[in-house]
Design a binder for this molecule. Sequence first.
Ligand SMILES: [Zn+2]
Ligand SMILES: [Zn+2]
Length: 344
Amino acid sequence: MSIDVAYAELGLRPGASEAEVRAAFRRLAARWHPDRNPSPEAVAWMQRINRAYDAIREAAFNDDFAAADADAASGADAASPARTLRRRLRLSIEEAAFGCTKTLRGRLTRSCAACGGYGRDRIDPRCGDCDGSGVIAGTAWFGWLSTKWTCPACKGHGTVARACAACDGSGETASAWRRTLRIPAGVRHADVLVAAGPPDADGRGELELEVEIEIAPHRLFEAGDDGSLRCEMPVDGFAWIANAWIEVPTLAGLQQMRLQRGRRVYRLRGQGLPLHRGATARGDFLVTVIPTFPDTLSKRQQSLLEQLAKSANGADADTPPSLRTWRKEVESWTRSRAARAPHG
Ligand SMILES: [Zn+2]
Ligand SMILES: [Zn+2]
């Protein structure tokens, strides 16, 4: 039954609210339930109403697994019991890298098995007051006229509606579930893990739990899909020039690393993320340093830098080749300029 047809069966527009669906079902059931309605078509009507109600409930109102149920409803395949509970699970980069254990919790609302979602006992018990006849025989004042009254307890129906004890008349039962999952090392953002979910109380087996992994942004690291891990960090520019040792954060904690003057990117092999899910081999950790210098210098810093600058000007052997070439070019250009200049 298509979902739109199901709504129409209950006299509703498509997409009517859950409350409207329930109210329509109750109204129609009150009218067509065979216990109340002796007409020959009552049974068939009640079946149609139940089918429509079940179709809508399954497709629209079991919000924990709405998507999966929509599939099941359109496929109309009662023999395929697999129903899927979808969840997102947010992990830190560290949890994704090394694996972790997570407990998922939820509540499942199901159609009450005892009453089939009807909210009342399927068969209303016979009215005790009138013994199911709907009328009470009485004796009038004069003693010889026997009179029959409509039974006030059941209003003539002969049965007494009784709320289903299992669901307290709501037609639904809710139960809490909990699953502890072992997340393997090396999962990636948007990975989908499938596990056995909570049991399905409708007697259709076990639900499947589909967990989509979400990696939370990290304040220091960025994870690459290839197992690489990146970190961009400012470093003291003087330390950079001095080839100093610095501390870098890694997945295993702080670690010593030696800066190399002129070098921005450092590759720490095997210190990234597992190359793939379950792998012990790990990708590289790429550290990009951003040398930073103070805006203002102390007098002492200024004088030290001036000394440094002077020391570099003198010794030609220590001058970098590119600088040496540049200086030669400027020198020869100056000479040729002087030669061409008109002599005054
Ligand atoms: Zn009665
Ligand atoms: Zn029930």
